[in-house]
Write a protein that binds this ligand. Structure first.
Ligand code: PTJ
Length: 247
């Protein structure tokens, strides 16, 4: 169906279309469509735009990625389908590796995602060769299987649209975790070092721009209070609701 550009929710509908296409081509699973619906509800509450608190988190995330020794971008079905070009571009700018890591894992889907990212410009995709598989201790989901050249040895991991278990397990291994999550209350959002409460589709582009700008500067990582920033995300949502309800 053709979505008119003038439709008030055109941007959101285009994102849905991408995900449905991703589902039909084997990148995304059914549960991924539901996860997106949950994200959409929160996106509505933040006014479908990048907020001040998200910009703060994005800046810190760019710094952390640029200062990292071996950063990795962890990719699942939803993220691959929503922003393949941005993943590849960000990896280039911050010199990160890209690893496929799935919750509902299957070898077939991992390969489909890796192939899709390569067609979008990626040179190397980790997480698909079982010879390099390692296990994250104390984690039961399929996400425990990681690549020894990637997440296993990384110091900073970007995990967009994540489930909380792995974030906690990665932190126990001493890694810094950055996430994109539209829900500031989720376990991932609460457990990560830096949570970007923004739609990954909008936020990824800004993260690339910020990383490109900051790359030219001398960087020092600031102390970032993620809990405080998450509280501000909730305050901003609350303010939006108040504005609407008092109108
Ligand atoms: O491809 P797989 O097998 O690894 O599975 C991926 C999903 C996303 C299905 C899996 O990780 C999952 O079940 O995730 P959850 O636990 O539903 O968490 C997804 C989180 O991402 C939720 O808190 C959503 O609000 C949030 N979210 C959804 N869409 C977006 C988003 N955050 C940012 N941008 C989005 N577009």
């Amino acid at each position: 169906m053709l979505i008119p550009k003038t439709h008030p929710k055109a941007a959101s509908l285009y994102i849905r279309e991408k995900l449905v296409k991703g589902y039909r081509s084997g990148l995304v699973i059914e549960e991924g469509l539901m996860a997106h619906g949950r994200g959409e509800a929160f996106d509505y509450l933040i006014g479908e735009k990048t907020s001040k608190n998200a910009l703060r988190a994005l800046k810190e995330a760019a710094k952390l990625l640029l200062l990292a020794k071996s950063p990795v971008i962890s990719v699942n079905g939803n993220v691959a389908s929503l922003c393949p070009k941005e993943i590849v571009k960000l990896a280039k700018v911050v010199n990160a590796k890209i690893e496929v890591n799935l919750f509902y894992a299957s070898e077939k889907r991992k390969k489909t995602i890796a192939g899709f990212l390569k067609r979008n410009g990626a040179k190397q995709i980790l997480g698909v060769d079982p010879r390099f598989s390692r296990k994250i201790p104390r984690l039961d989901s399929a996400r425990r299987i990681v690549d020894k050249r990637g997440i296993f040895s990384a110091d900073v991991v970007l995990v967009p649209l994540e489930d909380g278990d792995r974030t906690i397990a990665l932190k126990k291994l001493g890694k810094k975790v950055i996430t994109f999550d539209l829900n500031p209350l989720s376990r991932t959002a609460q457990a990560a070092d830096i949570t970007i409460v923004d739609n990954v589709v909008r936020g990824m582009r800004i993260l690339i721009e910020m990383s490109m700008k900051l790359k030219k500067k001398k960087l020092v990582a600031d102390k970032f209070n993620n809990k405080k920033n998450l509280s501000q995300a909730l305050v901003e949502m609350n303010n939006n609701l108040r504005r609407i309800s008092y109108a």
